[in-house]
Design a protein around this ligand. Sequence first.
Ligand SMILES: [Zn+2]
Length: 122
Amino acid sequence: MAIVISHADWLAAAQERYGKHAKDWRFVCAACGHPQSAKDFADAGVDPKKIPDTLGISCVGRWLPAPRDAFDKGPGPCNYAGYGLFRISPIHVVIEGQDEPVYVFDFADRPLAAQRAEAVTA
Ligand SMILES: [Zn+2]
């Protein structure tokens, strides 16, 4: 189930987990579950200026040789692209003034989905 969250609340949740710098934030791919950070994208050869556009949105496997297909089974990383036809990322970040949310991966540590589930069962 998707979690809809304001941009401000999402930033606060990220900073609470990892600090101010997005380069330290970690996400899990919505398709393959592979954890990834900005360092993994840099290591894969992604232009550092472009990392903020893709971290938490598309799987790092897109920039690695021979990733598995996003919708196959098995370990990642995979070739999932968040801006493609299939919007499976569980976190929908609502940006003021934008009609469509930004679809992002959940955090690798203390995922929002797990917290939401705890809140429901508590
Ligand atoms: Zn993946």
